[in-house]
Design a protein around this ligand. Structure first.
Ligand code: PZK
Length: 316
């Protein structure tokens, strides 16, 4: 036998996709081997990227924090929209417990669904150049990082490599092939963002913007159109988390989670072109503490509770 009974390892599973800091594997449903990869295993690593480059040094527990935060938001937003989460324990191999989820395979929509509550990043660049973001006209005179009068839906393309390109709603509807569905996606994305941003702010965190990925669950039974939110949800890797304390429009804001790494790397003279430098132990420790703090602020529970619930391995 290749492995003992009731034990699976990642090495047994087909790698379906990999990103800079996570991987996706195929699973077959326990009672139906013919349903090859009706389910997926999404695995978050401890790798960290800044300025689009992955550092060679991991941040212990980062994958656990991001996975725990995704699950927190999946559970908390279920009244707004169903999601692809099946389990954080059943079917998750022991070696990745705490940082992996079994999820339903969806037909993913071919657009990134970005919602912005504050004007920053590529949105700020586009606004300065054109006064608009994704075809939405904004008031004049906004300062960098300023809160918008109301959150805006700013879809983008999914680039295979390189950077996503902002598109307007009409182009997104064209790519999705269903304007009515796209209207519903925009509406639900705005609702999810507003719900989460309000919760975050009450806990001292500004959720400046976020990226959702939606899909259609073709096996969905009963009422509804099968629209489901997938991917990771409202994590610091898919969103901008800023400390509310010290927020000041008119400049870029420090990242809640990555700022120690960025500051250290800049001070060390890294010119932001790959390869990204190794991170020293004190900066790793400070960054790890920030991730844990984000988890605890957002969920209101000790991070250890997530590790205990999922049977995660000790970090390191
Ligand atoms: C899916 N990605 C992004 C890329 C990752 C994740 N439920 C789903 N069904 C089908 N496909 C996907 C999902 C989800 N979520 C997600 N690409 C496809 C991605 C690389 C690594 F972990």
């Amino acid at each position: 036998m290749l492995a003992s009974r009731h034990v699976s390892t990642l090495a047994d599973l087909p790698l379906i996709a990999s990103g800079k800091v996570r991987e996706m594997y195929g699973l077959s449903a326990p009672d139906d081997p013919s349903s090859a990869s009706a389910q997926l295993l999404m695995v978050a690593s401890d790798r960290i990227s800044t300025y689009d480059a992955v550092h060679p040094t991991p941040i212990p527990d980062k994958g656990n924090v991001l996975t725990g935060l995704s699950v927190f938001w999946f559970e908390k937003t279920r009244q707004i929209l169903p999601n692809h989460l099946i389990s954080a324990t059943d079917g998750v191999p022991e070696e990745v417990r705490g940082r992996a989820l079994v999820v339903r395979r969806l037909q993913m929509l071919p657009v990134e669904c970005v919602v912005r509550g504050y004007i920053t990043g590529s949105g700020w660049k586009d606004y300065q150049r054109t006064g608009t973001v994704s075809g939405i006209e904004l008031p004049g005179g906004l300062r960098e990082s300023e809160r918008l009068p109301e959150p805006i839906f700013t879809p983008s393309t999914k680039a295979e490599s390189g950077h996503d390109e902002a598109i307007d709603f009409e182009r997104a509807a064209e790519l999705v092939g269903d304007a009515e569905l796209m209207r519903r996606v925009a509406e639900v994305a705005l609702e999810l963002y507003s719900f989460a941003a309000e919760h975050a702010l009450a806990n001292g965190v500004i959720l400046a913007d976020t990226k959702f990925e939606f899909g259609i669950d073709e096996g969905a039974s009963g009422a509804g159109d099968g629209l489901v939110v997938g991917d990771e949800m409202l994590t610091p890797d898919s969103s901008r988390y800023w400390p509310a304390d010290g927020f000041e429009p008119g400049r870029g804001q420090p990242s809640f989670d990555k700022q120690y790494v960025r500051d250290w790397a800049s001070a060390g003279g890294w010119d932001r072109t790959p390869p990204a430098p190794a991170i020293p132990p004190d900066v790793v420790a400070g960054t790890r503490a920030r991730y844990l703090e984000a988890y605890e602020r957002m969920t209101g529970e000790p991070f250890q509770a997530w590790l205990d619930r999922t049977g995660a391995r000790a970090a390191g």
